[in-house]
Design a protein around this ligand. Structure first.
Ligand code: NAP
Length: 316
């Protein structure tokens, strides 16, 4: 019997070739040490289930595996062409220097075995000395972030056809305002943390007004770290679970969908991956929204540096 696949709705992004469609939900691929499933197997399974959007980054060290999964999906006939997929990758802070950006994307493409990305993002508005990926980032390695020079090279990546669209990640309103003050190409996307415990109302309003699509990361607020989870262990959300017969994860993702956002959830588990796709044919109620508005708000991902930077989020 053929597997049942889910079709994920799409949004339209502005890109070099006019309009580019992005499935609202993508599969995250940030590594988790505890994961027993390989990225290659997870991406292949996701393609079987109907995922068409994959969120990678040079810093995740997964580009090779994502590329191998895509090559195998093509070989197996799970997809007819690479064009059916939407692949994002991100520029790491060590390459956030205008002369290193085109070569960094060319390296990502070689590793992914792809001719182009659908979306290339500046991972953080931070530049460090060139070199290999170190995480967390040592503050002593940080140098000035030349936003104009960096954006100009991002545009060059798009002009060369290496990526269909360009965007940013972890940009505050203040940093977006600065970028928009000179940008001749508006960032198609700002990928930032949004979840029920960090709802980002102001940034979302700003991006909507400026035509920048938000992609929510850590939509379940789980990330690679463990411990108390304001969302998955939330008593208010447990009431919604009982009322809807859905899981907390599904309520989180449905809420993002109803906000008109795009989002990248990471699950490498076959069942949970499938569960996360089952959010497009039911709705939250007004009463749910009242309860959701009571959830305590606190940023989960505070920054990638050691120690944390005071001005990274511009106090937003
Ligand atoms: P997340 O998607 O909020 O949570 C992932 C965790 O939740 C995993 O441990 C996963 O475990 C578990 N999970 C997934 N579905 C579940 C379900 N239905 N029920 C229970 N548990 C479930 O966290 P994230 O990985 O931090 O964020 C997602 C993606 O966003 C990343 O992978 C990455 O692509 C991107 N991201 C970007 C940035 C950035 O700076 N731009 C920062 C962080 C993340 P299993 O795999 O075992 O299911």
């Amino acid at each position: 019997m053929a597997a049942i696949t889910t079709t994920v709705p799409q949004v339209v992004l502005q890109s070099s070739t006019g309009q580019r469609r992005m499935p609202v939900m993508g599969l995250g691929t940030a590594p988790e040490a505890a994961s027993k499933v390989s990225t290659k197997d997870a991406v292949l399974e996701a393609i079987k289930q109907g995922y068409r959007h994959f969120d990678a980054a040079a810093a995740y060290g997964v580009e090779k595996s994502v590329g191998e999964a895509i090559a195998e999906a093509l070989q197996l006939g799970l997809i007819a062409s690479r064009d059916e997929l939407f692949v994002t990758s991100k520029l790491w802070v060590t390459d956030n220097h205008s002369h290193l950006i085109v070569p960094a994307l060319q390296k990502s493409l070689r590793t992914l075995q792809l001719e182009y990305l659908d979306l290339f993002l500046i991972h953080w508005p931070i530049t460090t000395q060139p070199g290999g990926v170190k995480y967390p980032i040592e503050v002593s390695e940080i140098v000035e972030f030349d936003m104009k020079g960096v954006w100009s090279s991002m545009k060059e990546c798009q002009r060369l056809g290496l990526t269909k669209a360009i965007g940013v990640s972890n940009f505050s309103i203040k940093k977006l305002e600065e970028l928009l003050s000179f940008a001749t190409i508006t960032p198609a996307v700002n990928q930032v943390e949004v979840n029920l415990g960090w709802q980002q109302v102001k940034l979302r309003e700003f991006c909507k007004e400026k035509g920048v699509v938000i992609t929510a990361f850590s939509p379940l607020r789980k990330g690679a770290s463990r411990g108390e989870n304001l969302v998955m262990d939330n008593d208010i959300l447990k009431e919604l679970v009982d009322a809807h017969g859905k899981t907390i994860a599904q309520i989180c993702l449905r809420w993002l969908y109803e906000q008109g956002l795009t989002f990248v959830a990471k699950s490498y588990d076959k069942e949970r991956m499938n569960q996360n796709l089952q959010i497009f044919d039911w709705s939250l109620t007004e009463d749910d929204y009242k309860k959701i508005s009571e959830i305590h708000q606190d940023r989960f991902i505070k920054g990638p540096t050691k120690p944390l930077l005071n001005d990274l989020w511009d106090e937003e």
